[in-house]
Ligand binder design. Structure first.
Ligand code: ADP
Length: 562
């Protein structure tokens, strides 16, 4: 146990108060230990404070570096507005290389007209209770003047006040601002010059802007139109729900423009009007609520004309129906009388043949039986009578055939054209042999969709003409080939004959159109008309390519079989 040094009191206060008193040896040790402990604690505190100081210094160095190299120009102004400190950006901005900045008054830097603004800025800085003071002015520099914003915040150092002041270059911003202004003017000019009434309305469908055309149509000067509800201008109070809904949809939904929405309104002063509404969502400025650009097209007059036109069309349709009915009736009457006439002609033609045959027959018999009793003239007369009788018989036969083709039913079906051609050539073989003719084939004919009898008529007429219209000294040569095109087939029949002048290419398909005398080339002039009519009846056609002396190439066009 420690030794007692005289007094029983242990407290240090007591010890300090009575330093001269004796204390025990134990108490002394205790005191010493405490003192040591205190000393260590103080040393630790000193260490801690040193650390803090060092960190503080470090921070302040870092802040200084940031301040120095920050891209925004900073100056510190004293109460008189003299520069006491600045960073690199400010040095460049204020052109330090030309004039020293330390102690320079801030009023030294703006253009002359803006010096007052600096003074005003400084006086506001003194009055502010810690808030920012902002001023825009123009700084003069060797490369001209530049717009800047100066922003100052006061701070105290000792008993003095300073103003930390940022210098913000507004050149780029001003450029954007003026570009924005320009584009605003540009769109305003477009809006104003367009002939179509245009308005911009806000989210509450109140007019924000309108153009001259709108003012003119609604007799509403632009300044009066401003902030008027669209509903009031269009007088939409009770019937405008559908339009209102559509416009609100455009406002709310992105990319949902309103296109050519037809709507009838009754604006006061204008009466009933039909407008086409076109609307697009737009933003007048960044971060502003959306607005609507609405174009109105007054189509009342057009609608009126359309209605009148529709009415006229309806009347015309009625007249047309009436006319069609009458035409139908007349056609029916005509076709009945036509049929009657055809029947009549057929009967006549048919009935003409028997007396004609009797005449021809008896003339032939007279020639056979009584030739020796007749002199040369008599015989020649009789021969002419026989010839004329035969010709008339052919004529009547051809006319009957032509008439028959006009009236008979021609039901179309698939036909093997090759087979038909083959049998026609076979039936014509005696004539072919007699003329020493040659028929060449280039390719087999395909199946067609038509009528067998029509094909027979076409082939036999065209081939017999090809054999007939050839100069006497030449042997006829006929070439036949098919040409398939799209859904049609052309069948060509070419000869080496006398050819046909281009001006007759259409004529020869009409009845009784012949280009030569019967003595030179016999015939009735009906064959090609029959071919033409027959092909027409099945939706086909016939034509020719030819030149005198260079032969002819006749073709028929028929539908290909599926
Ligand atoms: P037809 O042969 O009985 O005279 P068509 O109606 O068959 O009557 O022919 C009309 C006319 O067309 C003929 O008279 C002839 O002048 C001309 N023609 C027809 N086919 C040919 C042909 N292959 N070559 C030259 N001319 C022709």
């Amino acid at each position: 146990m420690g030794k007692m040094i005289r007094s029983g009191h242990r407290s240090s206060g007591h010890l300090r108060g009575h330093g001269a008193k004796l204390v025990s040896a134990d108490a002394k040790d205790l005191l010493l230990a405490k003192a040591e402990q205190q000393q260590t604690q103080s040393q630790l505190q000193v260490e801690h404070l040193r650390g803090l100081l060092a960190r503080e210094k470090n921070n302040s160095r870092r802040l200084k570096a940031i301040y120095q190299h920050c891209p925004v120009g900073y100056v510190t102004l004293d109460e008189k507005g003299l520069i006491t400190e600045w960073n690199q950006a400010a040095a460049e901005f204020l052109e330090e290389r030309k004039r020293p900045l330390l102690g320079a008054p801030m009023t030294f830097f703006p253009v002359r007209e803006d010096v007052g603004q600096v003074l005003d800025h400084l006086s506001r800085c003194k009055q502010t209770d810690g808030g920012q003071v902002v001023t825009e002015l123009r700084l003069k520099r060797s490369d001209g003047q530049i717009p800047v914003q100066i922003v100052s915040v006061p701070f105290h150092q000792g008993d003095k006040v300073f103003f930390q002041t940022a210098l913000i270059d507004l050149t780029e911003w001003k450029k954007h601002e003026s570009a924005l202004e320009e584009s605003k003017k540009f769109s305003e000019a477009i809006i104003q010059t367009t002939h179509e009434p245009l308005i911009v309305v806000d989210v509450n469908l109140r007019i924000v802007q309108s153009n001259e055309a709108f003012a003119k149509l609604f007799k509403l000067p632009r300044r009066l139109a401003k902030s008027m509800p669209l509903e009031a201008v269009l007088n939409l109070w009770w019937n405008g729900n559908r339009l209102r809904q559509r416009l609100e949809d455009v406002l709310l939904k992105k990319n949902a423009p309103l296109n050519n929405f037809e709507f009838e309104v009754q604006p006061r002063h204008l009466g009933r009007r039909i407008f086409l509404f076109n609307a697009r969502r737009i933003r007048c400025a960044e971060n502003s609520p959306p607005a609507l650009l609405i174009a109105l097209e007054d189509i009342t007059a057009r609608k009126g004309t359309e209605e009148k036109l529709a009415q006229t069309n309806r009347q015309l349709q009625l007249l047309n129906n009436e006319l069609e009915k009458r035409v139908e009736e007349r056609t029916r009457e005509l076709s009945a009388s036509h049929k009657q006439l055809e029947g009549f002609c057929y009967t006549i033609a048919h009935d003409l043949r028997s007396p004609l045959r009797a005449m021809a027959g008896f003339s032939a018999a007279l020639l056979d039986d009584f030739a020796p009793q007749l002199n040369g003239r008599g015989r020649s007369y009789l021969e002419k009578i026989v010839g004329a009788g035969e010709h008339m018989d052919r004529l009547i036969h051809d006319l009957l055939e032509y008439g028959r083709l006009t009236t008979i039913d021609l039901e179309k079906k698939p036909v093997d054209a090759e087979e038909v051609l083959h049998s026609v050539i076979k039936s014509m073989q005696p004539a072919i042999d007699e003329k020493h003719a040659r028929i060449d084939r280039k390719g087999k004919l395909p199946k067609i969709y038509g009528h067998k009898a029509v094909l027979e008529v076409a082939f036999s007429n065209l081939i017999s003409n090809a054999l007939k219209f050839v100069p006497a000294e030449k042997s006829p040569r006929v070439t036949i080939w098919p040409e398939e095109k799209d859904e049609n087939v052309r069948i060509w029949i070419a000869d080496n004959g006398i050819g046909i002048e281009a001006r007759y290419h259409g004529k020869i398909f009409e009845v009784f159109q012949r280009l030569h005398s019967r003595d030179a080339y016999p015939g009735t002039g009906i064959g090609l008309a029959i071919v033409h009519r027959a092909l027409q009846r099945i939706g086909g056609d016939v034509g020719v390519e030819s030149e005198p002396g260079k032969g002819s190439r006749f073709w028929i066009r028929v539908a290909a079989a599926g």
